[in-house]
Design a protein. Structure first.
Lengths: 189, 186
């Protein structure tokens, strides 16, 4: 039965991955196995996921579900990919609240907080490199200040700076800032 | 005390709005939740945002859905977790249905590409603003500075598993502070 199969496949994708691009190999395995998508369609869905809000996992589940079994298919596939959150994370959320104020937990979180701030900052750097620099600009063989300087998309840097000032200095809300950045992209991108 | 139904509805609507504007790998959800749930409604604290973010990233599945479940549960129990997750994913479902339908036309459209380049660029200051806000909450003591630096370098320059980064940091936190959290000497 197609609904059950979609649900189980996407549940497996959910449990075997940790979000974002790490999902692609797992998604590939499952959707190619059942012939739900071709390899090039998988790359297309990555592009579609870039165009739409939300995560790659949900977007992929919706796309495959819609294609194979219509709207109910999209719903069961999305529910499948959300299963780890609805089981493991829900259980963890329960325990973390019950343990609130526990000194050992608080000690552990004291270690975790700076580490995850480092992780968030690193995500910002990685994303900056992929957004602002042309592919291959950091290739060590051809590295020079000139080539790196030339590989930077300065128009996008400008958009980031303007929206950063609006966001942090003028306290503009995030949705409004995103809309302005989209308009700036149309002008300068 | 407000009615529980009102709070659930507010969580749903807010998460729907956040879902509409979550581009670029999901990290921008953090700054949006700080604004909506910490600043505006005061239903969560800055500590909770960081803690749930680390857990959400370490648990299997989709980070932003995990994040919505942790936060929804903290604000309104299991029902809160469910409405938060559904609210967050609904815009994605609707958007994907529309975009899939017009994909051929959108893929090669130069204006769509321009708008998306603007949206991709704004994600970076959004992440930066979340980092700046978390700074005072996350950095308490010298050990925290070391942990931050090491984690930043490891995550930027290697593909080391994020789950292991968090587990190791958790163990170090236990060893360094050992339950004595009132003295900020470490």
């Amino acid at each position: 039965m197609i609904y059950l199969r979609l649900f189980l496949s996407f549940m497996k994708i959910g449990f075997c991955s940790f979000g974002g691009m790490t999902m692609i190999p797992v998604i590939n395995d499952e959707v190619l196995r059942y012939g739900w998508m071709t390899a090039s369609e998988v790359m297309d869905i990555v592009a579609v996921a870039e165009m739409t809000p939300g995560s790659l996992g949900i977007n992929c589940a919706t796309f495959v579900g819609l294609r194979t079994a219509g709207i109910p298919g999209a719903a069961v596939a999305s529910l499948g990919v959300m299963m780890p959150s609805l089981t493991l994370s829900l259980a963890a959320a329960h325990f973390i609240l019950r343990l609130k104020g526990n000194k050992l937990l608080e000690s552990a979180m004291r270690g975790v907080r700076p580490a995850s701030l480092g992780m968030l900052a690193a995500a910002g750097v990685t994303l900056s490199v992929s957004t602002f620099l042309a592919d291959g600009a950091l290739n060590p063989a051809a590295w020079s200040l000139g080539t790196v300087f030339g590989a930077v998309s300065w128009n996008l840097v400008l958009i980031a700076v303007i929206s950063g000032v609006l966001l942090m200095k003028f306290k503009l809300s995030i949705p409004k800032t995103i809309l302005i950045a989209a308009a700036l992209g149309l002008l300068l991108g | 005390m407000e009615k529980k139904g009102n709070r659930l509805l507010a969580i749903f609507c807010t998460m729907f709005k956040i879902g509409l504007f979550t581009f670029g790998g999901g990290w921008s959800i953090i700054a949006q939740m700080q604004n909506e749930f910490v600043d505006k409604r005061k239903w969560m604290t800055e500590d909770q945002i960081i803690d749930y973010m680390s857990l959400a990233k370490s648990f299997p599945g989709i980070m932003i859905i995990n994040m919505s479940v942790f936060s929804g549960y903290a604000m309104a129990g299991a029902a809160g977790a469910a409405v938060a997750a559904v609210g967050l994913s609904l815009p994605a479902l609707l958007a994907i249905a529309v975009v899939t339908y017009f994909y051929g036309a959108l893929r090669d459209n130069v204006y769509v590409a321009k708008v998306l380049s603007g949206v991709r660029s704004v994600v970076i200051p959004i992440i930066l603003s979340a980092c700046v806000r978390m700074w005072p909450t996350a950095l308490k003591g010298k050990s925290a500075v070391v942990l931050l630096t090491v984690s930043f370098l490891v995550c930027t320059f290697t593909n080391f598993s994020k789950l292991l980064v968090i587990v190791i940091a958790l163990a170090i936190g236990l060893l360094v502070w050992r339950g004595r959290i009132n003295d900020d000497l470490s």
